[in-house]
Design a protein around this ligand. Structure first.
Ligand code: TMP
Length: 213
């Protein structure tokens, strides 16, 4: 049986790291075999591309360059890591995926959604996540949290208005395709956030078992 592909999304400072650890624990308790990975990145080559994308630099990165680098890393990651694992029946927990491209490059940078969809089809063929958890938080709170972590990367240096567009992008996608997405209010207390995540996972797990039986 093909494994399940779960992606975690959100703007900066939503608490992805803490909540991915929670998801990993939940899967282990269920006895589900899984691998955790991230985008951009996930293979040595794709991690090099990540570093190209995130490192602040004097030279302006063209929007098209940024978009193609995202999909170049994704092609490598899918072929080397994600597809082989899913084929073996393993679940994948991925910190960001193509919804981030729609949100950041599409809504954030204003790139054509149809062009993104075209590249998505080229690189992924029919592969789409089975479940996407969008951790949602008011932009200012998230940026405040993120700023306490480390020196800002190239994306974190963007203006607040950029992240407002990104957040809107995520929420629009969730509203348009409600069966794949669960939006989690990440501004609540951690315990409440994790209760909501657990409920979403239990629901998804039950549905995937029913389909199998
Ligand atoms: P993070 O994984 O540490 O959150 O950093 C990755 C950054 O890359 C984040 O600011 C979002 C950005 N990104 C895109 O702009 N497009 C994409 O397709 C992906 C996967 C990430």
């Amino acid at each position: 049986m093909q494994g399940k592909f779960i992606t975690i999304e959100g703007t900066e400072g939503v608490g992805k790291t803490t909540n991915i650890a929670f998801i990993q624990n939940w899967l282990s308790e269920k006895g589900v075999e899984f691998s955790s990975t991230r985008e951009p990145g996930g293979t040595p080559l794709a991690e090099e591309i990540r570093s190209l994308l995130l490192t602040p630099r004097a030279e302006t990165v063209c929007d098209t360059t940024e978009l193609l680098l995202m999909f170049a890393g994704r092609a490598q990651h899918l072929n080397k890591v994600v597809v082989p694992a899913l084929t073996m029946g393993k679940w994948i927990v991925c910190d960001r995926f193509t919804d981030a491209t729609y949100a950041y490059q599409g809504f954030g940078r204003g790139m054509d959604q149809k062009l993104i969809a075209h590249l998505e089809q080229l690189v992924q063929k029919e592969l789409r996540p089975d479940l996407t958890l969008i951790l949602d938080i008011p932009v200012e709170i998230g940026l405040q949290r993120a700023s306490q972590r480390s020196t800002p990367d190239r994306f974190e240096q963007e203006k607040v208005s950029f992240f407002h567009r990104v957040r809107e992008g995520y929420l629009c996608r969730a509203a348009e395709n409600s069966d794949r997405y669960v939006v989690i209010d990440a501004s609540k207390a951690l315990q409440d956030v994790q209760t909501a995540i657990r409920n979403a996972l239990e629901d998804f797990y039950l549905k995937s078992q029913r389909k199998f039986n």
